[in-house]
Structure formats: structure tokens, C-alpha cells
Write a protein that binds this ligand. Structure first.
Ligand code: ADP
Ligand code: MG
Length: 490
């Protein structure tokens, strides 16, 4: 963003489509699946066969309410499904059922961390405009047919899958903030278990709107919209490229044209797909096949009562209950599964500090290396607690224990048995250790003298010698005791 003047302000608003974790589709009993052969998860309703009528999925409604409540929005007791009309081969009805003038929720906010998070509690609230329910379209697949000619196939497995569209106010001020917002939103959706929000599977997709204006200006500049950004990195890079493009246009005295763009990561450039259509091009109107959705207050309160503790609250609790730093508490509560794992392991082990350290340092590193999340790891809270206890009791060394973590994460296992079977027991046997200590003391007479003359740091060298002779398996605390005892005694 080198081309940006310091008096230029970046304005970003995001539209996120999150796929809801329902078993069946929004208006049809067809199952929501992933990776099935084309057109196997369909029902006459998804195919728009004549005479079919949509039936609303109650679970999707619950999930929409839950999301609105978790983001402090107002749930409307009355909302309306509308037809958004356009022609595309993957849209057999010729319209998509969405919500337009009367969405299920408006307002609310998401808190994003600003600053580095290291001892820095600063957050900023990003306002939400609205949350509404809609159905997904099918998919066009462009490839060659059995005769080898170019062809386009239509797969309707995705047709009618329930989505939540979550629209932010234009309150984000940099690509980094946009990405922080997306992470915070994804974390919330996963905490409340309404969406897997798996970006690789397209469960969490983002369109980014961006414009520039002079600092102090209150009117918004003309925006462009970047379509279908499906990774955090991609969102940041695409916004960065588009900001540079708009800045160059404005610098040259030109005006930005409202348009929909795609991002080319190879060239780090954005490219115009089409000049933006207006909302009235879609000829929205209330769907006559669906009555307005009317909720009762009890229904909304029932969903509120079921809301789990969310990340912000949990983070505060971890700090006060376990005495953790803000930094550690934020890392541990970034995902509900990690937070649950931590609490379970800390309860079994009894001490939160070592559990935090082993989890955030060694387990997270193994997860990163194996490309896993804690919920797909084979290690259990009990196994981690048991491993740490073996170290606490001096039955194995920290180094040996650390070496077992990748395997525990990948395949699981009983730490005690692993330590035994692999000969990783620390040597604590007083007789064995004393023998080695005596050997070292007689072999290193010169160092012994220096120690006794007052050079106390020589103890570390002598420790090192004992560790070397035991192949690193000596219980370090015992060795130190034995050495100090013998050196100070004589
Ligand atoms: P649509 O794109 O469907 O027409 P909206 O006009 O409501 O919908 O805007 C969608 C998104 O664009 C929202 O997230 C909003 O905050 C953002 N947005 C609107 N105007 C601007 C602007 N001038 N600059 C940046 N973002 C904007
Ligand atoms: Mg839009």
C-alpha cells in the first residue's frame, strides 16, 4: 500500500455467506452433503419441478436466530422471503429465495482485536447491518464431455443449501482489519455450532466492498466489490491490490467506477468482471409460495437460553479463574474445542500454567505441522495431563516428553506406556545416579577444585557431564541435589 497518501482513508464492508450446519436443505428434504457424485443430493424441490412447494427448515431458522443473538443483533419477529430473479443455468427456478426488505435480523456488532494482542486489550466494534437467510445456487462445471468436446455440466447438489448472509457496516479500515473481522466472525459461528465455516469447502465465503475517501470526509466514496474470496490471505491480498488500483485512478484525477471485480493472485491485480447491477435488476418481490416467517418471543428466548459461553466472556473467565495472561487466554479461547480441551486437561492435571504452556507451545506446533485442528487430533486431555505429570514427577525428562507429542497428536496413546516401552524413563534411581555422579567427580578433579574455590557455576558443567553419561535421561533435579550435596560436603 505504498502508493496510499496519509490523508486517504480506506473503507471496507464485508458480505459473508456462511453455510448452515443443517442435515437437510433450506426448503427441501434433500440432504446437505459434501463430495457426493453430481445431482445425488437433490429432491424435486431443488430441481424446481412443476408443482412443488418450498417448506422452511426450522433448524435453519434457529441457527439464524442464534447467530443474531451471538452478535448482539435485533431478531425480528416477522421476516419475509423474497424472490431474487436472475437467469443462470445453475438456478433452475430462475430465482433464488432470499430475504430482502425484511430480514430476520438487523444491527449488532462483532468485536475485533486491534494492536498486537500482547498485553494489549484494545478491541474495536464493527457494526453489522443485517443477517438474512437464503438458499445457495447449484454449480456449473466447465470441462469436456465424454466425446472430448468442451461442455458445461450442472450439479444441483448445492442447490437449496441453507446460507446465512452476514453484512457488515462499512467500518473496516484496512485489509488487516477485514481479515481480523473474518476470523472473529468465523470463531463465533463455530462456537455457536451453526456452521463449520470451513473455507476450503466453501462454507464461509466473502465478498469485499472497498472504497477510498479523504480523511475527514463523511460521505462514502464509490466502491467496488471483490467476489468470492475464500481464504483470509486472499481477502487481504485482493483488498490490498484493489486499494492500490483505486488510489492510482484517483491520483491521476480519474473517478472510480462502481463494479464487480475478481482478483488474480499471480499478478496481484484486480480485474473488472462486470459493471455493477443495481438491486432493481433482480426484481425482488415477496415469494407468494411462502408465508412471512413469524417468530414468537418464547422461541427467541429459548434460543437465547441455549447460547454457549462465547470467546470474549470465556477469555475473561480464563484470565481470572486460571490467572492466565491476556495473550494466552486469547489463544486458548480462539476455538471452543481448544478451550474445552484446555479446561479438561487443566482439571485432570490440577495446574493450569503447565497445561497452558504444553498446549500452546508443543501441541499447537504439532497441530500446525500436521495441518490439523485440535478436534481432529488423537491426543486426549487425559493423555496430555498424564504426560505432564510424568515430567513433574521426574519419571521422564521434558525433552523426552516433548518428543512424544507429535505422535500423541497423530495417533494417540498412553504416555506412561510409551515412556516405558521406549526406555524414556528418567534415571532417578539413587544408586545408579550416585554411581555416575561419583565417576564424574573423580574424572573432573580440576573442576571440583574450582567449585570449592567459589566458582559455583561449575556445577552446571558437572551436571552436563552426568547428563551426557546417562544419555540425557537422568532426573535433573536429583542430579543437582546429589552433586551439590557431595561437593559441599567434603
Ligand atoms: P449490495 O452489495 O448487495 O448492493 P449493500 O449496498 O448493502 O449491498 O452493500 C453491501 C456491502 O458493501 C456492505 O457490507 C456495506 O458495508 C458495503 N459498502 C457499501 N457502500 C460502501 C462503500 N462506499 N465503501 C465500502 N463499502 C461499502
Ligand atoms: Mg454485494
Amino acid at each position: 500500500m505504498s502508493a496510499l497518501h496519509s490523508d486517504t482513508e480506506v473503507v471496507i464492508g464485508l458480505e459473508v455467506h456462511a453455510q448452515l450446519r443443517t442435515e437437510s436443505k433450506l426448503f427441501s428434504p434433500a440432504p446437505v452433503t459434501y463430495g457426493e457424485p453430481p445431482n445425488h443430493s437433490v429432491h424435486p424441490i431443488c430441481l424446481a419441478l412443476p408443482g412443488v412447494l418450498p417448506v422452511l427448515n426450522e433448524r435453519a431458522v434457529t441457527f439464524a436466530i442464534r447467530t443474531a443473538l451471538a452478535t448482539h443483533g435485533a431478531v425480528h419477529v416477522r421476516s419475509v422471503f423474497a424472490r431474487k430473479n436472475y437467469f443462470y443455468p445453475d438456478l433452475p427456478k430462475g430465482y433464488q429465495i432470499s430475504q430482502y426488505e425484511d430480514p430476520i435480523a438487523t444491527g449488532g456488532w462483532i468485536e475485533i482485536p486491534v494492536g498486537d494482542g500482547e498485553g494489549d486489550a484494545a478491541t474495536r466494534r464493527i457494526g453489522l447491518t443485517r443477517i438474512h437467510m437464503e438458499e445457495d445456487a447449484g454449480k456449473s462445471i466447465h470441462d469436456s464431455d465424454i466425446t472430448g468436446r468442451d461442455a458445461t455440466h450442472v450439479d444441483l447438489n448445492r442447490s437449496g443449501v441453507p446460507l446465512l448472509e452476514i453484512v457488515s457496516e462499512p467500518e473496516l479500515r484496512s485489509p488487516a482489519e477485514a481479515s481480523a473481522y473474518l476470523r472473529a466472525l468465523r470463531s463465533i459461528l463455530r462456537y455457536i455450532e451453526v456452521s463449520d465455516a470451513d473455507m476450503e469447502k466453501g462454507h464461509f465465503r466473502c465478498d469485499a466492498n472497498v472504497s477510498l475517501r479523504r480523511r475527514g470526509e463523511t460521505r462514502l466514496g464509490t466502491r467496488t466489490e471483490l467476489k468470492n474470496l475464500n481464504s483470509f490471505r486472499f481477502v487481504e491480498d485482493a483488498l490490498d491490490a484493489e486499494i492500490q488500483r483505486q488510489a492510482a485512478v484517483l491520483d491521476a484525477g480519474g473517478t472510480v467506477q462502481q463494479a464487480t471485480l475478481a482478483y488474480d493472485p499471480d499478478q496481484h491485480r484486480t480485474r473488472v468482471l462486470r459493471i455493477k447491477e443495481n438491486a432493481d435488476d433482480y426484481r425482488y418481490f415477496p415469494d407468494p409460495d411462502l408465508v412471512p416467517l413469524v417468530l414468537s418471543d418464547e422461541q427467541i428466548e429459548r434460543v437465547r437460553a441455549e447460547l454457549p459461553e462465547l470467546a470474549d466472556r470465556k477469555c475473561e473467565r480464563f484470565r481470572s479463574q486460571f490467572g492466565l495472561s491476556l495473550y494466552d487466554a486469547r489463544l486458548l479461547t480462539a476455538s471452543r474445542q481448544l478451550a474445552d480441551f484446555f479446561e479438561a486437561a487443566a482439571a485432570i492435571h490440577g495446574q493450569p500454567k503447565p497445561v497452558t504452556n504444553w498446549l500452546l507451545r508443543d501441541v499447537l506446533q504439532a497441530l500446525r505441522e500436521q495441518g490439523r485442528e485440535i478436534e481432529d487430533a488423537a491426543i486426549t486431555p487425559a493423555a496430555l495431563a498424564a504426560l505432564i505429570r510424568l515430567v513433574d514427577e521426574g519419571r521422564t525428562t521434558a525433552g523426552s516428553a516433548r518428543g512424544l507429542i507429535p505422535e500423541l497428536v497423530e495417533r494417540g496413546g498412553d504416555p506412561e506406556a510409551m515412556v516405558r516401552e521406549r526406555g524414556l524413563e528418567a534415571v532417578s534411581d539413587a544408586g545408579v545416579l550416585e554411581g555416575v555422579v561419583d565417576e564424574v567427580l573423580s574424572a573432573q578433579a580440576e573442576h571440583v577444585q574450582r567449585y570449592r574455590a567459589g566458582e559455583k557455576q561449575v556445577l552446571n558443567f558437572l551436571m552436563g557431564q552426568v547428563m551426557r553419561r546417562t544419555g540425557g535421561k537422568a532426573n535433573a533435579a536429583r542430579v543437582r541435589e546429589l552433586l551439590a550435596g557431595k561437593l559441599d560436603d567434603r
